[in-house]
Ligand binder design. Structure first.
Ligand SMILES: [Zn+2]
Length: 436
């Protein structure tokens, strides 16, 4: 049997056009299909799995986790509401079968209330998800996202490279909140220096690179012989000059890197008070960036140690930004500006396409209703007040809101720190005033 994924389809057009009925599916098929997966699946089913590029893929994976993967999947649709989305993190060996049984039980129960053909298809899909267990058990990925609807010819399996909560949902659209909630990888510039040596690194999503050879002082030979008082003074003066020169050179290099691809924040490492001296040599553009300082020594710096430190700095910076954003939404809303607080106001804002930035406090979720035709969102109702279509119930209308906001060009942030937004659950910066 020929694979039905991206490259296979190009090679065998006839079979492919039959197999893919929508451009949405074309988009998600780029990853290709592995032979044993194609063998195992019926011909009209897509079994698509993302194939990361060769080499060190950490950057790709982390970027993919927040956008590249989610967006094509966001276009998947099931008119009958039979699209099952499952996120499963690797349990202890042999545990996938039990995990998926637990996750799919409520889906099977929900199916009982649906039309008979839909219910039958959902049961079939739940069984298909179970049939993936042997593959999951031998594969190394830390988790999976599965999107399946037999009625819509969909079966998409993505390996996940970031931790997610185990969850399963069924509805007309894919459940993407675990992907949307994944934090965006941060890019930082790192300068570690003493008076004789300055090293520059960039870091992005857990990957750290030294950007070139270190900036070094020519060796200054101290000569304190004889009546050395004056000479010692001169030598020290030169050492200070030399130090300032290499810091400036390193800072200039860092500036070029920043202008090429902007940093989210800057890290300066040095010993004792030298940290402040080094920081003072930064170009004003760099000096304006959020900055983290640490006690470090360029000579004995271990890349492994630096990487671990940077993971911690990323978390700190993220927490600060989350807190600042939540505070901003609350302040603006309280002062009557362009922001809303609380679920009802946020749904209203999303419905009129007013949301610029949606901010969700942690795992806050509420059930609600969504219109698959016009994307109307609400807390309850049978028919859409906008287009009179039947509304679908959803266990997480906040997730539906995230999708509506992203589709409308807005941004979403699920924050992970305690903030005044906790009492409201959700809020948004809006593009114009929203009457609530
Ligand atoms: Zn509608």
């Amino acid at each position: 049997m020929s694979p039905l994924g991206g490259t296979g389809r190009q090679a065998e057009g006839g079979q492919a056009s039959e197999a893919s009925r929508g451009s949405d599916q074309d988009q998600i098929s780029e990853g290709g299909t592995t032979p044993q997966q194609a063998e195992a699946d019926p011909p009209r089913t897509h079994y698509v799995r993302s194939v990361p590029p060769r080499g060190d893929t950490s950057i790709f994976k982390r970027v993919a986790s927040v956008g590249v993967v989610a967006d094509p999947i966001a276009d998947l649709r099931s008119e009958t509401g039979s699209l099952i989305s499952v996120y499963a993190q690797r349990p202890s060996p042999g545990g996938f079968a039990a995990l998926l049984t637990d996750l799919l039980r409520p889906i099977r129960e929900q199916a009982e209330a649906m039309d008979r053909p839909v219910a039958k298809a959902i049961r079939f899909d739940a069984d298909r998800i179970h049939s993936l267990v042997p593959g999951f058990e031998v594969d190394p990925a830390p988790g999976y996202a599965i999107f399946v609807s037999d009625l819509d010819d969909l079966l998409v399996v993505e390996s996940l490279t970031f931790p997610v909560a185990d969850v399963a949902m069924v509805g007309p659209r894919p459940y993407l909140r675990p992907m949307r909630a994944a934090p965006r990888p941060l890019r930082s510039g790192v300068l570690v220096a003493d008076r004789a040596l300055a090293r520059v690194f960039t870091a992005f999503g857990g990957r750290v690179e030294e950007t070139g050879p270190p900036f070094e002082a020519e060796s200054v030979k101290p000569n304190f012989g004889g009546f050395a008082g004056y000479e010692e003074h001169v030598v020290r003066g030169r050492a200070v000059e030399t130090a300032q020169r290499i810091w400036k050179e390193a800072s200039q290099h860092l500036l070029e890197l920043h202008q090429d691809q902007p940093f989210d924040y800057l890290v300066v490492g040095a010993q004792g008070e030298t940290v402040d001296d080094v920081a003072r040599s930064l170009h004003p553009y760099l000096a304006r960036l959020q900055r983290v300082v640490f006690q470090g020594n360029p000579g004995g710096l271990s890349l492994t140690h630096l990487r671990a430190q940077l993971d911690g700095f990323d978390e700190e910076v993220r927490a600060e930004r989350d807190a600042a954003l939540a505070g901003r939404v609350c302040d603006i809303a309280w002062s009557g500006g362009n922001a809303v607080l609380g679920l009802r106001g946020t749904l209203e804002a999303a419905n009129i396409h007013a949301v610029d930035t949606l901010v969700v406090a942690g795992h806050f979720a509420r059930d609600g209703v969504a219109c698959d035709q016009c994307s109307y969102l609400g807390r309850e109702g049978e028919t859409c007040p906008v287009c009179e279509s039947l509304l679908f119930h959803t266990d997480d209308v906040v997730a539906s809101t995230m999708e509506v906001v992203i589709a409308g060009g807005g941004r979403v942030r699920q924050i992970r720190v305690a903030s005044p937004l906790d009492g409201e659950g959700v809020g948004a910066l809006t593009r114009f005033p929203v009457p609530v």
